[in-house]
Design a protein around this ligand. Structure first.
Ligand code: PGA
Length: 258
């Protein structure tokens, strides 16, 4: 029996009112589908829309997370949000190191390592994102880039907390472009990630969730999620429509019992 996590990254979309509407629509579809506990569904709205989303998915089993956090628990960090604040509002997960954060906000593996550890310390599941650019892929550097992102980003993560970690492989060239990796390309990198995770965390690596992200949509979900080392998806564009998001959840639900 396979397990999946289907996570929606809403990025900088939705006011609180929009989040209430979208959250409600997602909850309705989730209630109709009733996937088994082997499929977790998560939505990650912008900070100010988290509360509205939480209120509207109540009772549906849909989890709510954030898209970023700071690494300190409190202090003079204007504009930042601490992991314990996310926990207090009801978030279970936080996306860390999305390629847009790395690219537009200069977040480095060293900084992201602090965020991953801070989230774990607070009992929030970090979804740590890795992935290569198009140039890196063309230069055959994909596995090396991902390996460095993992080794540096997960430095000093304790063996006990490693089982809480989720990894998202998101080739940068596939994000928001409509051009997803093929299922074979995804599986190749996921398998390499899996073998590194087993090296780094001998007790947990085999079972850790590795999500695929990058133009994942209902049309390619079955093919990609069928691959043995793919444990779900991190979804941008297709997560902003309740129907397409629910269709991906339904695919995972089908695969979880097949
Ligand atoms: P996309 O985004 O599904 O729109 O490609 C994925 C992501 O950035 O997490």
């Amino acid at each position: 029996m396979r397990q999946f996590l289907i996570a929606g990254n809403w990025k900088m979309h939705t006011t609180p009112a929009d989040a209430a509407t979208l959250g409600k629509a997602i909850a309705e579809r989730q209630n109709a589908l009733k996937p088994s506990s082997r499929v977790q569904t998560l939505i990650c709205p912008p900070y100010i829309s988290i509360h509205a989303a939480l209120e509207n998915v109540k009772g549906s089993g849909v989890l709510v997370g954030a898209q970023n956090c700071h690494f300190e628990p409190k202090g003079a960090f204007t504009g930042e949000i601490a992991p314990n604040m996310l926990k207090a509002i009801g978030c279970t997960h936080v996306i860390i190191g999305h390629s847009e954060r790395r690219q537009y906000f200069s977040e480095t593996n060293a900084l992201l390592n602090k965020k991953v550890k801070a989230a774990l310390h607070e009992g929030i599941v970090p979804i740590y994102c890795v992935g290569e650019t198009l140039t890196e892929r063309q230069q055959d550097q994909t596995l090396q880039v991902v390996r460095t992102q993992l080794i540096d980003g997960l430095l000093d993560v304790s063996l006990q907390s490693a089982s809480q970690l989720v990894i998202a492989y998101e080739p940068v060239w596939a994000i928001g472009t409509g051009l997803s990796a093929t299922a074979e390309q995804a599986q190749e990198v996921h398998a390499a990630i899996r073998s590194l995770l087993k090296e780094l965390f001998p007790n947990a690596g085999a079972d850790m969730f590795i999500l695929y992200g990058g133009s994942l949509k209902p049309e390619n979900a079955d093919e990609i999620l069928s691959k043995p080392d793919v444990n779900g998806g991190l979804i941008g564009g297709a997560a902003l429509q309740a129907d397409s998001f629910a269709a991906i959840v339904a695919t995972a639900a089908k695969l979880s019992v097949s």
